[in-house]
Design a protein around this ligand. Sequence first.
Ligand code: DI6
Ligand code: FE
Length: 396
Amino acid sequence: MLLTHATLATLTDGYGLVADAAVAITGDRIAWTGPMAELPAAFRAWPETDAQGRLVTAGLIDCHTHAVFAGHRAVEFELRLKGASYEEIARAGGGILSTVTATREATEEELLAQALPRIDQLIAGGATTIEVKSGYGLTVADELKMLRVARRIGQSRPVAVRTTHLAAHAIPPEYKGRAPAYIAEVALPSLRTAQAEGLIDAVDAFCEGIAFSVNELRPLFAEARALGLPVKLHAEQLSDLGGAAFAAGCGALSADHLEYLSPAGIAAMAAAGTVAVILPGAFYTLRQTQAPPIAALRAAGVAMAVATDLNPGSSPLASLTLAMNMACTLFRLTPEEALLGVTAHAARALGLPDRGRIAPGLRADLCLWDADHPAELSYRIGATALHKRIYGGRLD
Ligand code: DI6
Ligand code: FE
């Protein structure tokens, strides 16, 4: 396929804009890209798709979602509006644990049926790669069930799915006050089985007062590394427990949320090359007031990704362009940083060097937008400007 007359944002150097450009695609890879005027003769006869001047970016990558879960938490949303906090609801047995109850009761088929419409929304907004975490099962069997559903999403829809083991998301009631026993008896065995069954690409945990401390997570991350799996961490979302520095010390791909990130955490992330995943949907939903230290992350040269954190509690958000808009308006990312955050830097956060930019040899995952400047993607509030997607070299 030959895509012609595109306003390309290659994302190779900032936006990497190329006016009136072409992209030659063979199989699921980009073979050539550059200005139309320089198109090699060999590609000129390839079947043409005319972008008619539209903006073309790499396909969007949502590098942090909890898209598999049962039910919803609209009632909790009402409780928060009446004054209850996210942490109070969690400590009273609601919050994540109410989704755990619903998810345990659901069959694999039911979970898949509930997840697919969320995935379809992300795809309709331009996603071509989506990360999906477990973490609402919290038994060995239910964590594996969630991960099988996550894998099936990638077989059911034209989207690449990366799965993450997140058994260390919350402490279920049967282990209340016994976090180390939960790690030993559920998190570690489910990790080993999930890895043996090819169900996971990475390991994550929730480091927070209402979840796990750094010390409680050490055995889990040690095991992940022994199994050759990359780690990442929900860190410094509601308080500073030193999670980001711990994760960076383990060579983490990313540390995510980071509202309460300290200067020491920033330095550790910069030294390790750990990506900062910014999740404005959760900040917005929980009406947090302390924003992540964006200017300091930028100054330290830490790559920033932006994701939806799609989940039923703190971020019922299924639009990457709305996440970009929020990242700009709430956190002062530039539209260029926001776009890199859902493409090149999101790819880095997932350890996927074969996507997130437009260059020869990379996957042919592209978005054609009804837009002519890349800042438009961040600027409009909740608009879906997607014209068409190309996923793995195929036009939707
Ligand atoms: N932080 C979050 O924002 C989500 N998980 C996490 O560790 C929230 C998950 C939920 O409330 O269901
Ligand atoms: Fe999350």
